[in-house]
Write a protein that binds this ligand. Structure first.
Ligand SMILES: Cc1cc2nc3c(=O)[nH]c(=O)nc-3n(C[C@H](O)[C@H](O)[C@H](O)COP(=O)(O)OP(=O)(O)OC[C@H]3O[C@@H](n4cnc5c(N)ncnc54)[C@H](O)[C@@H]3O)c2cc1C
Length: 303
């Protein structure tokens, strides 16, 4: 219940304005956000890479107001690609389609993504389209298909095991050869299209992960759930998948202990590193995922 309220709060413009103007929330958000400037994010990326991780940089932001904002986001992403290329920061970038205007004009978003995919490809970077709420799944998958059709095979997307449709989407995208990020899903979705119980979402995760290990191109398992990580590692061994044919992904600031352990045992780990001024929705979704974060948040607000 609390989680659903928080996920809805992440969509409130008024709360966003209040939170981003507050120095206290700005400071607290640093637990999950690498900073507001690109230089801060690349510095964090360098530190993570020095510990054996790779990174996927995400310029936080979603649902732009108009084409000019979408163009500005695309230009910012070109700067990210340039900075990663110059700093030899592996291995990719993550983009929300709505940030490039896909919710209003998919063709224009495709056009912006084509340029970004070309530059990312030249820099040797993988490009993942984040998956947003369920209304965006069709056009996100179509964008991946269109970009593959144009030869940008280093483009993939996230898929969410909370949604009933995801097993079919995985089969469709496996056929294309797209490298997919498997996650549980961070949005509050309706009961007629999605699992509501955590156990069901976790079971679906395990089934989808197995499918990706059987037939997927370089699957990216985005989870901090140690039971699922154990199950995936066992399945990978059983199916004869080498550790360099898939990776785990985790969010910046979350379960660094599990991250260290994965590195120690020789698994590949990519850390999703968000940065930028529009951090509010991302931050609130992280609070929603774990009630203990609310206690941490409340404590930090006390004088
Ligand atoms: C790299 C990456 C990319 C993602 N991309 C997307 C995307 O494109 N679209 C999308 O909808 N969702 C995305 N997510 C979010 C994802 O859907 C989940 O909401 C989130 O990862 C929590 O699920 P979990 O698998 O870690 O499992 P959970 O069962 O939620 O958590 C397992 C354990 O991880 C730790 N943990 C998890 N979340 C937190 C947190 N916020 N704070 C502190 N500890 C935590 C806790 O110890 C918890 O017990 C992404 C997640 C990752 C790791």
């Amino acid at each position: 219940m609390v989680s659903k309220i928080l996920v809805r709060a992440s969509e409130s413009d008024r709360l966003q304005e209040l939170a981003t103007q507050s120095r206290v929330t700005g400071r607290i958000s640093r637990r999950f956000i690498a900073g507001e400037a690109l230089e801060e994010a690349t510095e964090v990326a360098r530190e993570l890479i020095a510990t054996g991780r790779t990174v996927s940089l995400d310029l936080v932001g979603e649902k732009v107001r108009d084409a000019a904002d979408a163009d500005a986001a695309a230009a910012d992403y070109l700067a990210v690609i340039q900075a990663m290329s110059t700093g030899q920061l592996t291995s990719g970038i993550s983009i929300k389609p709505s940030q490039l205007g896909a919710s209003d004009d998919v063709d224009a978003a495709h056009h912006r993504l084509t340029l970004l995919a070309a530059r990312a490809g030249e820099a040797g970077l993988h490009l993942t389209l984040d998956m947003e709420d369920a209304t965006t799944v069709d056009h996100t998958i179509e964008l991946v298909e269109a970009l593959h059709g144009d030869g940008h095979t280093h483009v993939g997307c996230a898929v969410q095991t909370a949604l009933f449709r995801t097993a079919d989407d995985i089969d469709r995208l496996n056929e294309l050869g797209a490298s997919l990020r498997l996650c549980k899903g961070a949005y509050a979705e309706a009961a007629d299209i999605s699992h509501q119980r955590r156990e069901d979402i976790d079971e679906a995760y395990h089934r989808c992960a197995r499918r990706l290990l059987e037939a997927g191109t370089y699957p990216r398992f985005a989870t901090h759930d140690h039971r699922l990580i154990g199950a995936i590692r066992r399945d990978a061994r059983e199916l004869g998948r080498a550790t360099d044919s898939y990776e785990f992904q985790m969010l910046y600031g979350i379960r660094p202990d599990v991250q260290d352990r994965l590195i120690e045992i020789g698994e590949h780990l990519c850390v999703y590193v968000p940065y930028g001024v529009a951090w509010y929705p991302y931050f609130v979704r992280r609070l929603a995922e774990r009630p203990a974060n609310l206690v941490f948040f409340a404590r930090a607000l006390l004088p």
